[in-house]
Write a protein that binds this ligand. Structure first.
Ligand code: PLP
Length: 228
């Protein structure tokens, strides 16, 4: 495990930065740190779980399926990647939280599939707040129809919003914007909606603007190795 010690040091630094942002913003609660596991070997992920990480963020269906049996099962899984409708059935038996619901079609397919399995999924609507071409996430203009669909469909439960803004010197307008949308449509959400926003690049700012969940990959596990 000695070779994984840098993960403990990274986590400590992240937690310090998060606490500083919490104090700066005058928040009472701290956000949940989701460990984003893409390309990270299961033993490193499990080391992070031993350090107190309780939620894993999974991007790719195949990669998740090849690693899932090796993960310490105590961590909860959030699916955060672009989800093709024909792959929902592969994750539905194991994952009950999908952060990347970004179209009415996907919401309908999620509902049907979880219903078929007799299961339920918590979901977030993923918004493309940066209006980037080619980026996943729904256009913010379509939020009302997504909210109505999510509300009306069986076996999926809307918990909040998620975004992955473009890299930016000042990402605060994106985070502020997501929080504003959750406030504007508060009737669709639980009392304390989930705001999943902020990555290694920008999580302190996201925390200042009310992130309840931050999704951290490289700042925790180091640079991703796509060759393995
Ligand atoms: C990879 C990824 C992250 C984490 O990015 P890092 O820069 O490694 O922290 C967060 N959210 C999503 C949707 C991702 O795909």
């Amino acid at each position: 495990m000695d070779g994984h010690k840098y993960i403990a040091e990274n986590l400590k630094r992240i937690q310090e930065n998060v606490e500083n942002a919490v104090v700066k913003a005058g928040r009472k609660d701290s956000p949940c740190i989701i460990a984003v596991t893409k390309t990270v070997p299961p033993e490193k992920v499990n080391y992070a779980i031993d350090l107190g990480i309780s939620v894993l963020g999974e991007n790719k269906v195949q990669e998740y399926l090849s690693k899932r049996e090796l993960y310490n099962p105590s961590a909860k899984i959030h699916f955060i990647g672009n989800l093709q409708t024909n792959k929902i059935k592969q994750i539905a038996p194991y994952i009950n939280f999908v952060e990347s619901a970004n179209s009415v079609n996907l919401l309908q397919k999620l509902s049907n599939c979880y219903k078929n399995f007799g299961k339920f999924a918590d979901i977030l609507i993923e918004l493309n707040v940066g209006r980037e071409i080619g980026k996943t996430g729904a256009d913010t203009d379509t939020l009302p129809e997504l909210l109505d669909a999510a509300k009306s469909l069986d076996n999926i439960c809307l918990k909040g919003l998620m975004t992955l803004p473009p890299p930016s010197d000042d990402p605060s307008p994106y985070f502020y914007g997501l929080a504003e949308l959750a406030a504007k449509y508060s009737g669709y959400f639980p009392d304390k909606p989930i705001l999943s926003m902020g990555t290694s690049l920008d999580y302190p700012t996201a925390v200042e603007y009310g992130a309840t969940h931050i999704r951290i990959g490289t700042a925790l596990f180091g640079k991703r190795d796509y060759t393995t």
